[in-house]
Design a protein around this ligand. Sequence first.
Ligand code: FEO
Length: 171
Amino acid sequence: MLTEKMEKALNDQINAEAYSAYLYLSMAAYLESLNLSGFGNWMRIQAQEELSHTMKFFDFVYERGGKVSLTAIDEPPKEWANPLAIFEGAYEHECKVSAMINNLVNIAIDEKDHATNNFLQWFVSEQVEEEASADAVVQKLKLIGDHGNGIFMLDREMGQRVFHAPASQAT
Ligand code: FEO
């Protein structure tokens, strides 16, 4: 059984994960408008990951006898200065999400909700990867600078990314 405070916090996270999906889809749309379809593919996969995070929270709330309450999703930005600004934005966003997950863990501890704390540990680890993967692209783009060849090669590499459902959701 979830406490009211825990249930509200988990519902807020469902909204935050859905917003993340929306943000990355907006980034995908912008990258594809620049004919950077590989970068766009990377962001589409990122959006799929965020939807899988949304569903992980959704399923958990029901599993614990709670109620899912969906709220409006904020409008994401639509334009950025360049690809580097997009991936810097993605990295900063992931750092914010990590802080949200840490806050959820703090609430679970305060509420003495060991099951939710245990569930959240998957996200604690996931956020390490989420921050690292966005930052890796930022670092590559900084190295490449304005060299068109480098952008072309990286775009091709990022077009290879495929979606892997989290283990608990694989069918
Ligand atoms: Fe759901 Fe990228 O954190």
